[in-house]
Structure formats: C-alpha cells, structure tokens
Design a protein around this ligand. Structure first.
Ligand code: URA
Length: 235
C-alpha cells in the first residue's frame, strides 16, 4: 500500500493532508531521513514528527471500561473512543467494540479493526465464556443457578430461550455469572426475570483473558500471546 494511503488510513489526516505532511518533511525514517510518498518502507520504519506510526491494521486492544461510557461512536455523552488516542476513531478499517457493555457496566472490553477476528470472538460457535460479577438490590432467592442454568429461560421479546448460564453466589447480594452468548442487557434482564435488580455489573474475563491490574479507563494492545490466551478457555 502507498505510504500516503497507509498513513491516512491510520487517521493522521486525509490523503491530501498526509501528502502535505510529506512535503513538509514530517514523515521520516528512524534516522530522521525525510521519506517520500512513493518510498517503499516497512510500517515499523516510518516516523511522523519523530514518533512511530500507530499500530497497523489488525490491531486488537483491551480497554478497562469505566461506568458511564457507551460503546458507540455517536452517543452525545461519553463514549469508549474518548479513552483512546483521538486518531483511533478515524481509522479505516474502523475500530469496533467486540460486542458491547452497557453504559453502566464496567470491565473488560475488546476492540479491533479485524472483522474476521471480531466474528470469531463473538460467534456462538467459539463458546468463549464471559464472566461477570453483579451486585443486586435484593437478596438472592436460591433458585437462580437452576433458572439461569436451565437452558429454557425466555426473556421478554426474545424468540429463543437463553443458553444455559453459569451462576455462583458470592454473598447474599453478590453473584458471578458466566455467559456464552451476548443478548441485549442480558444479565440485567435475567435478574429481572427472577425478581431482582442489578445495581452494579463488571466483566472480569472474556475467554482466557482478564484485566489483570489494568486500571479503569486504561487500555493496552494485545499481542500474539494474548490472542492465544483469549481462545484458551472455551467451555
Ligand atoms: N449483561 C448486561 O446486562 N449488560 C452488559 O453490559 C453485559 C451483560
């Protein structure tokens, strides 16, 4: 791919703007030698204003989503893209969230510009478990494990029952839930179906990946080892 297109696709500017950056000598190699738009140079050897280029197409990142941010590009309020470098929002192909977390849900969110990878992660065939912890407004009833694990729970306006979900009580009003699918507001609606209300919800893991010590609001790129870890925990 031509350098101008490559750099424009990473969100640095339109092709016209990037062509101007070349003319201004802002695009260089690691030694500071000015590059030209037609040069054939590896991604790793391009600098913009002395800084390495953003990661190439095929990026996968993990974000510790805080409460209060939506998984959208258009919401007038705070969106998860506000937590990333501004250029990431302008990338082509687009950087999408892998599934969604509600505005009031915190925890592990993946984002990628790789459509095939996104599909592989979210496909029910991958059976990647997602583990959440919820705090509840009322005490658990005692039948949640049976109801959620039954494979017959029908939520309002759904056409098929939920797949069996894992449930573990962690206290009178705290529980760990493991899902292998992702329906709209699924956990909140599951607890509503057993007469309860979710007060806080946090996603701890997706497949074999956890947040480890990544602070809320922070993100990190995932490498090949992380990708392998992601797919190591199918149920
Ligand atoms: N279930 C929900 O209700 N919300 C989420 O964000 C994820 C799962």
């Amino acid at each position: 791919m031509k350098l101008v297109k490559l750099i424009a696709n990473l969100g640095y500017g339109s092709r016209k703007q990037v062509a101007l950056m070349f003319r201004e000598g802002r695009i260089t190699d690691p030694a500071g030698e000015v590059l030209y738009a037609d040069d054939a140079v590896a991604h790793a050897n391009v600098r913009v204003d002395g800084e390495p280029l953003d990661p190439p197409q095929g990026l996968l990142l993990m974000l510790h989503k805080p409460v209060g941010y939506t998984c959208s590009t258009k919401d007038p309020g705070r969106v998860v893209y506000d937590l990333l470098p501004p250029r990431f929002r302008l990338r082509d192909p687009v950087l999408s969230t892998v599934g969604r977390l509600d505005r009031d849900t915190s925890g592990l969110l993946l984002m990628t510009d790789d459509g095939a990878l996104l599909h592989r992660i979210t496909s029910p065939k991958s059976h990647l478990p997602k583990v959440y912890e919820a705090t509840l407004a009322s005490d658990l009833r005692g039948d949640e494990a049976a109801v959620f694990g039954s494979g017959t729970l029908m939520l309002e306006s759904e056409k098929t029952p939920l797949a069996p979900a894992g449930f573990e009580a962690l206290g009178p009003r705290r529980a760990r839930i493991t899902l292998v699918e992702g329906r709209y507001h699924q956990i909140r609606r599951m607890f509503a179906a057993v007469g309860n209300h979710v007060e806080t919800l946090h996603r701890h893991t997706l497949g074999g990946l956890g947040l480890a010590d990544l602070p809320a609001g922070q993100w990190r790129l995932l490498d090949e080892t992380d990708r392998a870890t992601l797919f190591t925990n199918p149920v």
